[in-house]
Design a binder for this molecule. Structure first.
Ligand code: PMP
Length: 383
């Protein structure tokens, strides 16, 4: 069947190509997937089952059940001192659906959105898919992969409407400092921009405290704070995300979603409300495990020839510089996969600033992580 012309140039991303290759291979140690290896806690599963048996099998309210929106508000107030009204929350189909609805609500054709490299790959297609133009901002490791104000100024045009922030960051695992975020806030205010702050990794922080961007004075009214239970509560398959935003934006997102998904799975919402209200200790305990894994893997990486790795700051990703091997990100990734059966993601899959790096997700057991490090160490010896 003939596809739309816009798809004739679409190629799978560097990440998807790795995923597709692994499917055909046996015995791969997979460090490429950004998903917690822990299953959802059984009491959360029981909660969904209980509601299913009670007959909660109907369409949900478009904006999400009030109790889920209340649970999201309570979670953010408890953990980050961020205050919002349940009216300012929309429950989404995973965190991934938020930018579609947000950009659908905010962008006029040709509006530009700043995208900080290295970036979570789907953002680019989401900006384009809603009529916007992504403007990639190059960053450097020395600056924690956060943009300087001069870099933002150089990229700004009268068409710039917004910027995406994602700290803790996927793929770099970096956290921007409060000072860096305050400078960005000043710039955003000066240029009258909106901010989509994707803070889905807020619970996994290993350097200082998480800075909630919307808590910076003057930012709540221009920020869409996106998050979800996929990472914090190991609920990727339940597909629940949420966003805090000004009421007029939430209302328009509801209208848009009424034409797309008509709300979000009823039982998943019930499970997410329960999860956000009852699992703080478990969330903390898992973050500790991720932190220990990241520390151990970082130490191993830094002892390898040609590899340099910055200490873990947040999320469950390490983003080591492999340029000392003389290979590009793609060469390193594919040779490592074929020779050692260890899967990582090439850094250039996240924009040009990721060239020379690879992304490692510490989402395997410590034992398997150490096995994969043995193999990688052996692989690096030849360079
Ligand atoms: N934002 C970032 C930065 C992510 O890494 C991910 C998942 N990999 C998401 C959003 C989407 O998460 P979800 O599974 O809830 O759609």
């Amino acid at each position: 069947m003939e596809l739309a012309k816009k798809f004739s140039v679409q190629k799978p991303s560097g990440m998807i190509r790795v995923f597709q290759a692994i499917e055909k291979m046996q015995g791969v140690l997979n460090l490429s997937i950004g998903e917690p290896d822990f299953a959802t806690e059984p009491d959360i599963v029981d909660e969904a089952a209980k509601f299913a048996k009670e007959g909660f099998t109907h369409y949900p309210p478009l904006q999400g059940f009030l109790e889920v929106r209340e649970a999201a508000c309570a979670y953010w107030e408890r953990h980050h001192g961020f205050k919002a009204d349940p009216d300012e929350v929309y429950i989404s189909v995973g965190g991934l659906h938020i930018p579609w609805l947000a950009f659908g609500a905010l962008l006029n054709p040709g509006d530009e959105v700043m995208l900080i490299e290295p970036y979570f790959t789907p953002y680019e297609a989401q900006i384009r898919g809603t009529g916007g133009v992504p403007v990639a901002i190059k960053t450097r490791e020395e600056n924690n992969f956060a943009p300087t104000i001069d870099e933002l100024r150089a990229a700004w045009t009268p068409k710039t409407r917004g910027i995406i922030l994602n700290y803790p960051d996927n793929p770099s695992g970096r956290v921007a400092s409060l000072k860096q975020l305050e400078e960005i806030a000043k710039f955003v205010e000066e240029k009258n921009m909106f901010v989509l702050s994707d803070e889905i990794y807020e619970s996994m922080i290993f350097k200082g405290e998480h800075v909630c961007f919307a808590n910076i004075p003057g930012m709540k009214e221009r920020t869409l704070l996106a998050s979800g239970v996929s990472k914090s509560h190991c609920m990727t398959g339940w597909r629940i995300g949420y966003v805090f935003a000004p009421k007029n934006v939430i209302n328009t997102m509801c209208v848009l979603s009424s034409h797309q998904t008509y709300g979000v799975n009823t039982l998943s919402q019930k499970a997410a409300a329960y999860a956000m209200n009852t699992q703080d200790e478990k969330v903390k305990a898992r973050a500790k495990i991720f932190g220990e894994r990241m520390k151990a893997v970082e130490a191993r990486l830094n002892s390898m020839k040609g590899v340099k790795c910055h200490p873990a700051e947040g999320a469950f990703y390490l983003f080591p510089d492999i340029s000392g091997t003389g290979l590009t990100s793609e060469e390193f990734t594919w040779q490592l996969l074929n020779d050692a059966k260890v899967a990582v993601v090439p850094g250039n899959a996240f924009g040009q600033s990721g060239e020379g790096y690879i992304r490692i997700a510490c989402t395997l057991s410590m034992e398997d992580l150490m096995k994969s490090m043995d193999k990688m160490e052996n692989f690096c010896k030849k360079f």
